[in-house]
Design a binder for this molecule. Sequence first.
Ligand SMILES: *Cc1c(COP(=O)(O)O)cnc(C)c1O
Length: 425
Amino acid sequence: MPTRLTCCKCGRAYSEHRLACEDCPDALLRAQYASRFSPTDDVGVFRFRCWLPADGFYPTPIGPSVFPSRGFGPSLGLKRLFIAFNGYWPERGAFNITGSFKDHEAPPTLVYFREQNHNEMVLSSVGNTARAFAHACSENEFPLCIVVPESMLHRLWLTREPSPHIRVLALRDSCDYSAAIRLGEKIRARFNVMIEGGARNVARRDGMSTSVLEFARLTGETPRYYVQAIGSGTGGIAAYEAGLRLRGDGRFGDRLPELHLVQNSPFTPIHEAWQAGRDDLAEPTSPAAEIEKVKAMYADVLANSHPPYAVVGGVRDALRDTGGDTHAVTRDDALRAKAAFERTEGGSINEPASCACAGLEQAIAKGSIDPEETVLLNITGGGYDLLRRDFKTYTLEPTRIVGEGDLDFDALESYEEIFDRTRCV
Ligand SMILES: *Cc1c(COP(=O)(O)O)cnc(C)c1O
C-alpha cells in the first residue's frame, strides 16, 4: 500500500524508496502504513499487501504456511507451538518455490522497485536470496545481476528455466561473500543500478514479516515467542516490526513477540555481543580465521560478519524492545533437533531450520519459554527433496567469471560491458 519511509532515529519521512536516511547512516528506515491489518482472501504473500510497500501485486502461491504443530511441540512439552513452514511442502500448504523464506521478499521487492522506477537490480548472495530473486525475476522478466563467489555457484539451482534477464557474475577462486558484496557495491556506485539492499530494504523486511502476520490472521493474536535461526537477523527485525504494527492496530493485544534468535557455533557474533551486553559487535577477526569458522559451521548460510546489530531499529533494538534472547547451537544439537522434528512432524528441513529447532529446545531447557504460551517457530527452509521430486531443476550458469580486481570501472563505458567477455584486462 502507498507508504512513507521514516527514519528510526530522527523520524524524517521519505516518500521514495531509499536504503538509508540522508542524515542518519546509522539507522534503518521503516515503512509506515496508514491502514489497519486487512489481509485479503488471496493466497500467498500479497494477501498482506496492506502492510507491504508496493501498491501493486501479482498472483503467486509463495507465502508463509502456518499451522499448529502435531508432533514436535507435544514432544517438547509445548502446548501451543505453531510452525511457519517456509519451504516447499505442498501437502501442508507450503509452496515456496526455491525452498526458503527468502521467497517472501523477492516478489514484494520487484513490484516495489518497479513502481519506484528501478528496472534493474544487483544482488550479492551466497545462495538462498539469489535463488529466490532469480526465480521471481525470471517470472517477471526483471533484469538481475547476481554477484556470487565461484565456489558457491553450485548452489544456484532453480525449478524453472532462468530467463536471459538473469546474469551471473562469478568471482574467480573466491569463497568470500564480503568480496561479492564489495563488487556489487562498485557496480551500484559506477552505474547507479539499484542494489537489493539486504536489511535496509523495507520490501525485504516486510515480505519476511508475513510469517507473523499469517499467525495473526489465523489466530487473532500476536505470538508470545518467535524463534528463528539468524545470520543477519533481518528476519528477527521483521518479526519485531510485524509485532509493532499489530500492536498499533489494537486488535492483537499490546505485547510484542519475544524474539529468540539462534546462531550456529562457532560463527555467533550477535549471540556474543548480546550475551556480553555490548552495544556493538566485536571487530571481526582476520579473514582467514573467519573462513575457518565458516567451514566449521553446519548451517554456513548463517555466516554474516556484518549483521545490522547496532543500527537504530536493528537487531539489538529488536531484542531489547521485545525482551528477547539469543542462543548458540552446535552441529550436533542441530542434527539431533532435525531428526526429532522430521520424526515427530514429518517434512524435511534444512540446516538453518534445524538450528532453530535446536535453539527452541535450548530456550525451553533454560526456562526462558513458558510451555503454556504460543510459540511461532520459523522453519526458514526445507523441502528440497520434494522440489526435486516435483520439478525438473536447472542450474544458473555464470555469464562471466572475473577476479576481484579484474574489472576496470573507469574504463567501462556501460553497465552491459560488465558482462561482455571480450572486454577484459
Ligand atoms: C537467510 C536465511 C536465514 C537467516 O535469515 P536472517 O533473518 O537474514 O538472518 C535463515 N534460514 C534460511 C533458510 C535463510 O535462507
